[in-house]
Design a protein around this ligand. Sequence first.
Ligand code: TXA
Ligand code: MG
Length: 325
Amino acid sequence: MLRCKHLTGKRSVNMISSTQRLGPKDIPAAAALLRSGELVAFPTETVYGLGADARNDRAVAGIFAAKSRPQFNPLIIHVADIAAVEEVAEIPFEARALAAAFWPGPLTLVLPTRRDSGLSDLVTAGLDTVAVRIPLNPIAQQLLREFGGPIAAPSANPSGKISPTTAGHVLDGLSGKIAAVIDGGHCDVGLESTIVGFDNGPVLLRAGGLPVELVSAVLRKEIRTNVDTAITAPGQLKSHYAPKAMLRLNAVAPEPNEAWLAFGPHNFNAPSLNLSQSRDMTEAAANLFAHLHALDKIAARIAVAPIPTTGLGLAINDRLERAAS
Ligand code: TXA
Ligand code: MG
């Protein structure tokens, strides 16, 4: 178990002696840390984000350093409301419909950046678009309002590792490398946001916590899927969600040396965790990363039961395939 660590000495962006574990009452202190250019991890409804002031080059560079993340990878910015989106980006007609239907929530829109956005170039990685999201989680909302500007935040895990859905996961990967984490318990959705871009019409760049069928329903047409996500969304590296353990997908039963990631009832004797006893996709999504983190600690091989590919199953299978490759 991880325990609360307290700040012992002087701290700077490059030399952090220990990471503070903050609670919801400490949001003003967290906002002050962000204002002084420090990194603060915070809960969102999807996964924990590693936040930095999106207008501060030095702070944003700190995200890449803490995550050991390739520099070419652009980041999602988080804002409190639609007025704040309009300060940094243009909102095309179809984007406005999706924003009205799903914000605040687990949807990211890639929008044309305003020239006077004030965003660090490191956030957009030199592209003329910016990925924006209005999160629903009340701690994220309160932090954004207290901070009063855009917060750049990729998932709060070392690059290539499983995304965090608890403050403990964040500390497992980044303790000592960031100023603080706000503990807000488990993330409700448990999968990263669904990303939609606009390039001759809407295009799905990443399946995620908002089922793609709901996006298509609002657009009144089936959304195009980007066949070449590797170029427009470089974060979609094949091995993006790798646990240390070997994963075997669509398994019928665990072999003697394997742990079992179940979906629905079973009688196997293997060490196991169940994504959802009742085969509920929302529950399975919320449990996915936490169960992978947990089984990764006790087993070298994990067999995974088949998961349907509709609704949230599209994103769950996407993350499992990346974790297995
Ligand atoms: O749920 C989420 O989206 C979480 C929480 C913390 O909000 N954040 C997250 O961020 O997953 P990150 O940085 O791990 O994923 C960002 C994705 C990457 O695949 C990146 O390449 C893509 O968004 N992206 C960012 N800006 C982009 C742009 N201008 N055009 C295309 N893709 C972009
Ligand atoms: Mg990530």
